[in-house]
Design a protein. Structure first.
Length: 216
């Protein structure tokens, strides 16, 4: 028995970078005049956000703060992960009010290169001090939730986003989505398979292989 429970995840945009240029988007839209430059620039931003939301990834840079109960190896949401700023666990404060956190000193690890998984210290270990009762025993505790479940509550702060290193396929998806938004202003349906506002079919061809699991 194991459990991974996301308590909260906060994404804060950092300073955006140029993923695709206005000139590239105008070429995709077959626009040579300057009257719609501001409009197309806005559609580039909307297209990036639409691709990010569809694929559950970060194209622009973000700071993410994940608060979760982690008992097994778990992918950090909204990658690719650029770097981990801090890892914290609950401290022993039992008073009223917001829970306090302190730096984690245990042997946590990560695996992967872009879409990192976080490996808590107790992941994959048997509890040798407790009788085996037919399920995995995690770490030094007597149950998967531990004698002190708060010890498995982590708050992880990390940065994400491809930025200027965004893969060419995703850039093409952004350009196609921006062009669709420009050509179909006022339309609500982006493709016949999705009856809500979303990503157009042409962009999906390039974006879908980057789609990760949903975190909400």
């Amino acid at each position: 028995m194991s459990r991974n429970n996301i308590i909260d995840i906060q994404r804060t945009p950092l300073t955006p970078v140029t993923v695709v240029t206005l000139a590239e988007a105008k070429a995709q839209c077959i626009v040579t005049y300057t009257d719609d430059d501001t409009l197309i620039t806005g559609y580039i931003e909307k297209a990036i956000k639409a691709i990010e939301n569809h694929c559950n990834i970060s194209i622009q840079p973000y700071t993410c703060i994940l608060t979760a109960d982690l008992f097994v190896e778990w992918e950090l949401p909204y990658g690719p992960v650029v770097g981990i700023t801090s890892v914290q666990t609950r401290d022993s404060n039992t008073g009223s009010g917001p829970q306090q956190y302190e730096s984690a000193t245990g042997n946590w690890k990560t695996d992967g290169t872009q879409f990192l998984t976080f490996i808590p210290p107790c992941a994959g270990g048997f509890n040798n001090s407790a009788p085996f009762t037919g399920y995995f025993q995690w770490g030094p505790f007597a149950s998967p939730y531990g004698a002190a479940p708060g010890l498995n509550r982590f708050r992880i702060t990390y940065t994400t986003g491809w930025g200027t290193s965004t893969p060419d396929d995703l850039k093409q998806a952004i350009l196609l989505q921006a062009a669709w938004l420009y050509d179909n202003r006022g339309e609500e349906v982006a493709n016949r398979y999705n009856w809500l506002p979303g990503v157009c079919e042409a962009a999906l061809v390039f974006a879908d292989k980057y789609k990760r699991q949903s975190w909400i």
